[in-house]
Design a protein around this ligand. Structure first.
Ligand SMILES: NC(=O)C1=CN([C@@H]2O[C@H](COP(=O)(O)OP(=O)(O)OC[C@H]3O[C@@H](n4cnc5c(N)ncnc54)[C@H](OP(=O)(O)O)[C@@H]3O)[C@@H](O)[C@H]2O)C=CC1
Ligand SMILES: O=C(CO)COP(=O)(O)O
Length: 320
């Protein structure tokens, strides 16, 4: 199976590097200059500096170069996914599309699989998600991910094709659980970064991770996810990674909020838009998501971390 990766950001490049151990990979960047620079330097200096791009990766900005590939990985930010699908519909419709983004679309409340299904109804969508930092994958460190595909047969084929020497792939047919796990954990990671940034301690973080997981389950199960998916790599696994590592951009945004520091708005932080989308969706479903609401309040600068914590601590006492 030949693979193309659309999106030469940190994650797309890292996946291309790992997959290059299996065979040829096409890495598509939207900018011709970026593709040229990567070809010349055999490095993605803009997004993943310091890692050599293997010879098996062909860099391009010409979308027609993906025509011969069986599988196309979509490694662009969640809020850009729809426009990428629409812009390149001719090249992408009817194809096997594996979304690698984590989040919920602001205006529709859909996850990546939902956005693909709505935009390109003839495509065959799947999702690759789970705990992994681009730099870890690119450096060949061991990583385990989940491949979610409603079509069990295609899921098995993709599991085989995307498994590499350092990337161990598990599979599930529960795309709803996998996409919500990956989206919602980013919101909780912002909250965890904020408590650590504000010096509120590791115990507070553990409480937020646990009660955040309860929020993740509440929404995901209400939407039809399976509990074991939430307990797996795409849910609990990614929550554990993202809430505890300052490699995470979501966690680092939280740290900045907790410390009262500025944060570079050009950095991809999926949890920010997702928090807003999820809070709105939860209200519509009559679900309580108090941590998510606090994250939205902090991001909108309507709530300080101290006010957010006071609000959470003052909630009515209840059974766990
Ligand atoms: N980084 C990581 O460790 C991990 C990331 N992910 C997920 O992967 C997704 C991508 O993140 P990541 O690669 O880190 O982000 P980056 O910010 O590193 O890169 C984003 C990439 O998307 C491209 N892009 C943005 N808008 C468009 C567009 N309209 N058309 C085409 N390309 C576009 C950018 O192009 P340009 O360079 O030209 O701006 C860039 O190459 C996110 O959903 C993230 O949650 C998942 C697991 C790990
Ligand atoms: O999804 C990730 C780890 O699994 C990457 O996290 P960030 O997007 O917060 O950097």
């Amino acid at each position: 199976m030949t693979v193309a990766v659309l999106g030469a950001g940190a994650f797309g490049t890292a996946l291309a590097i790992s997959l290059a151990g299996n065979g040829p990979v096409v890495l598509w960047a939207r900018s011709a200059d970026h593709a040229r620079a990567m070809r010349a330097a055999r490095e993605n200096a803009a997004r993943l500096p310091g890692v050599r791009l293997p010879d098996a990766i062909a860099m391009t900005s010409d979308i027609s170069d993906i025509a011969a590939c069986d599988t196309i990985l979509l490694a662009v930010p969640m809020q850009r996914l729809r426009s990428v699908l629409e812009e390149h519909a001719g090249a992408l419709d009817g194809r096997v599309l594996v979304a690698c983004c984590k989040g919920v679309e602001l205006h529709s409340g859909l996850g990546p699989v939902g956005v693909i299904a709505e935009t390109l109804p003839d495509a065959r969508p799947a999702l690759l998600t789970g705990p992994s930092f681009a730099h870890d994958i690119a450096r060949g460190l061991p990583t385990a991910l989940t491949l979610a595909c409603a079509d069990a047969g295609l899921g098995k084929t993709l599991q085989q094709a995307l498994n590499t020497a350092n990337l161990r792939i598990y599979r599930t047919t529960d795309t709803i659980g996998a996409e919500l796990g990956g989206a919602l954990k980013n919101v909780i990671a912002i909250a965890c970064g904020a408590v650590i940034g504000a010096g509120l301690g590791d115990s507070a973080r553990a409480a937020l991770m646990t009660r955040g997981y309860a929020e993740m389950q509440r929404m995901a199960l209400a939407l039809g996810a399976r509990p074991e998916t939430l307990a797996g790599l795409s849910g609990f696994g990614d929550l554990a990674l993202t809430c505890t590592s300052d490699q995470s951009r979501n966690y680092r945004l939280g740290l900045a909020l907790g410390r009262g520091d500025c944060f570079d708005p050009s950095v991809t932080v999926e949890g920010a838009a997702t928090a807003q989308a999820v809070a709105e969706k939860a209200r519509g479903m009559g679900l309580e998501m108090p941590i998510t609401d606090c994250v939205v309040g902090m991001l909108d600068h309507n709530l300080t971390i101290d006010e957010a914590m006071a609000r959470l601590l003052a909630r009515p006492l209840k059974e766990e």
